[in-house]
Ligand binder design. Structure first.
Ligand code: ADP
Ligand code: MG
Length: 252
């Protein structure tokens, strides 16, 4: 089966400064990975290991220094229009995705308006999406400041899903939430994936969250993928010494 997203030997180097202050950071080094349709690939690693850079690359927001990126079998060039609505992102802080002045329903509608402006069914679809993420219709006219953190993340998820994407990136999407709310959002993601069938890259520094939602797990360190394994295999017996160290930290 053609992967929905495929990175082939991708390197991303950030350069900054001049002269003696010149610095180069390889945020990704020769990263290869694939995500199959309907699959969730978990991506774990410490802060600074290159997870968000990987997210930006698969979203087409970050150009690569070397390597190739394919979306649904075709090279990912910078013509984003053809992919509009097919790839979406949910980030750590929903306030980044939600305009504080906009009503919830308008935030959910916005991505639909980009790809199918003015369709009469858009409003109905956005309302249905709100109910899919477990929010009552009465929330439609609220603004973000009238919602809890978990409710805001539900709106961000509704906004990501409303265009029926085939691929969603969750970048630390539950990391800012209380533990009990995290569990609710993880369950919501699983339910929505069962219903809508999207593939996803689920990025987190939290091994337990990744285990809960991922079919396979990739471990990133200093810009490189050091291990990729089926979730059950990985959590039974991580093979790379760095993965084993991550587990020790978790259990200490
Ligand atoms: P993570 O999400 O795993 O915490 P990032 O992908 O954000 O890691 O960062 C990986 C490395 O790349 C870090 O050393 C970070 O400082 C660096 N980096 C990320 N974005 C930029 C940028 N726009 N310019 C320069 N360096 C960057
Ligand atoms: Mg990050």
């Amino acid at each position: 089966m053609t992967p929905i997203v495929e990175l082939d030997d991708v390197t991303v180097v950030f350069r900054s400064g001049r002269g003696a202050r010149r610095r180069e950071v390889a945020a990704m080094r020769n990263v290869s990975l694939q995500v199959a349709p309907g699959e969730t690939l978990g991506l774990v690693g410490e802060s600074g290991s290159g997870k968000s850079t990987t997210s930006a690359v698969v979203l087409g927001l970050q150009p690569v220094t070397e390597g190739r990126v394919r979306f649904d079998g075709a090279p990912l060039d910078r013509r984003l229009r053809s992919r509009a609505g097919r790839v979406q992102a949910v980030q750590q802080h929903p306030q980044w995705a939600l305009d504080p002045r906009m009503r919830v329903i308008d935030s959910v509608l916005e991505p639909l308006q980009v790809i199918a402006r003015g369709r009469p069914e858009n409003q109905r679809r956005a309302l249905a999406m709100l109910s899919d993420v477990g929010l009552p219709e009465s929330f439609a006219t609220r603004r973000p400041h009238e919602l809890s953190g978990g409710q805001r993340q539900r709106v961000a998820i509704a906004r990501a899903l409303v265009t029926n994407p085939s691929f969603i990136v969750f970048d630390e999407a539950v990391s800012a939430l209380d533990v009990s709310v995290q569990a609710q959002i993880l369950n919501l993601i699983l339910d929505l994936q069962a219903e809508h069938g999207f593939a996803s890259l689920f990025i987190s520094h939290d091994l337990a969250a990744v285990r809960y939602v991922s079919h396979r797990v990739a471990v990133m360190r200093h810009g490189s993928i050091v291990e990729v394994a089926e979730t059950s295999v990985f959590y039974q017996s991580p093979s790379h010494p760095y993965s084993q160290m991550l587990f020790q930290e978790l259990h200490s």
